[in-house]
Design a protein around this ligand. Sequence first.
Ligand SMILES: [Zn+2]
Ligand SMILES: [Zn+2]
Length: 171
Amino acid sequence: MALTDDFDLGALALGPGEGRRLSLDVRLAPFALGGQTYRGRDASQPVVLDVARLSGSGYSLRLRLSARMTGPCVRCLEEAAPELGVDAREVDQPGGGEELDSPYVHDDVLDLAGWTRDAVSLALPTQVVCRPECAGLCAVCGANLNQAGPEHRHERAPDRRWAKLSELRFD
Ligand SMILES: [Zn+2]
Ligand SMILES: [Zn+2]
């Protein structure tokens, strides 16, 4: 499968006001988040790119994708498989000022891999969990509480401060 890292917008030869919708495959580099690594479940990430040529010059761009990621759940460390929906837009209009100067477009070439990567990283939750109700690990023995069940408990260790108090004598 051919991966598109850079996409040549100029090669579409769109006239002013014309547009095209393209289905492309992009390489998605792994993400480091909170000391863990999250990567795409597949070698390539399918994306839908809408390109519209502005009247005058420049482009209006829309990027849509559903990223299938994999990596550890921050609570139980089992594999989590978040799916992230991305719908991002960019406008690049030469001479249109800073707001209309997309960092991903240089000389009619779109840095599709870079845009995809940034858009997915913005969509990543700050904490990836295997499921919202994940019970995590037991703080005492490290058992996976999803498997150990709600009845998993430990005898409370006696609190040393109370042990000291009980040695005091009141005459
Ligand atoms: Zn979990
Ligand atoms: Zn335990």
